[in-house]
Write a protein that binds this ligand. Sequence first.
Ligand code: UD1
Length: 417
Amino acid sequence: MSQIIIRGGGRLEGTLSVQGAKNSVLPILAATILHPGQTVLRGCPRLSDVEASIRILRHLGCKAGWEGEELVVDAGPMSRWDIPDHLMREMRSSVIFLGAILARFGWAELSYPGGCELGPRPIDLHLAVLRQLGARLQEEGGRLRCSADHMAGREIALSIPSVGATENAILAACGAEGETMLVNAAREPEIGDLQEFLCAMGCKVRGAGSSTICVAGRQPTRDAFHTVMPDRIVAATWLAAVAAAGGEVELERVSCRHLSTVTAALHEAGCRISGGEGRIALRSDGFLRAIAPVRTAPYPGFPTDAQAILMAALLRSRGATLFVENIFENRYRHVDELRRMGADISVADRVAVVTGVPRLCGAGVRCTDLRGGAALLVAGAAAEGETRIGDIHHIRRGYEDPVRDLRALGADIHLEE
Ligand code: UD1
């Protein structure tokens, strides 16, 4: 079993270019099938979830593969509309293919998606928006059969601004007759990137970034080229690691605006942060202080994906910080692992209180999920002695090469296969 071994306690220093965003490229890969031609993606991160998407695309009959630094998809030869159970289970984002397959073929068959265990992650909202567009859904033996030969655009209000349901709705609406108006849509920046890609492909989508998104369906599509936006959660991870360990980092290829809640929290904790066009610099003496309660919320609120990462940065801070997880029911599974390193964290339901301790000690820990795994990297960088991180397949879902990146900052880290 592979492990990441990190000997923490030293200062981190250096410059890093941030990889492309996982949460942006996955819906974009699903969107490629709307066009029976070629898409070229640059800045696409090499992640296990991206490989899982490539496997789905190939199963559907598309050509998909790396050509140097670019990921090229040709959805011209797409010939199937079903996704087998083992491919659906590889990641949660597999469900975004549903809207895209329906838009292209008017028929789709798949099972329920897998993904990180963060508590119940239903897809009822995804199915509700597709039904409102005119899809008929039937469940049999764990398989979902959907037919939608006459999807028609209309006004659809989401009961909560789900990121995935918004993306599925946008993709399905591209294949519906007439205009769809999505109300209470998610405002996450990755939806803006999806919109930019779809527009490059000839689709007509506007409003991403606001809570009302309009899609004009059935537009002629064309070959497209797109550069994937930088990953704000990966950027937050490197900032948190340097904040916790102490040192100085400059991140390139980042959006300061997309990271503002995270950088505000790190600034409040005592870090010096400056930002420019596509760059963020952070300096920390490694002695942080507790901050005002951190409540996760849909964008532009504090991201749930950065909750574990910020928590790990504050483990040695002076005072106590309260976290409230408002998005997922069970997103504190990393806490037990952090406790093994000496962290003082109490959890009751959706609230966690982190009381800073003077020192963390390296320990044998396991990733419980993707961002929980990232939190172990952050804590390991600040802990004295050796931290051995197991179950790192979770981290590989969202981080291209964390050993390479932390080593570039001077961390004593290696991979043991
Ligand atoms: C996306 C992100 C994930 C992030 C999350 C919240 C991707 C690939 N993943 O996940 O990293 O943590 O947004 O920012 O982009 N819900 C329902 N029914 C549904 C759909 C969602 O009840 O049909 C609930 C979920 O259980 C959760 C909340 O809505 O409590 C938000 O989930 P959602 O925004 O859909 O998250 P994902 O799209 O799964």
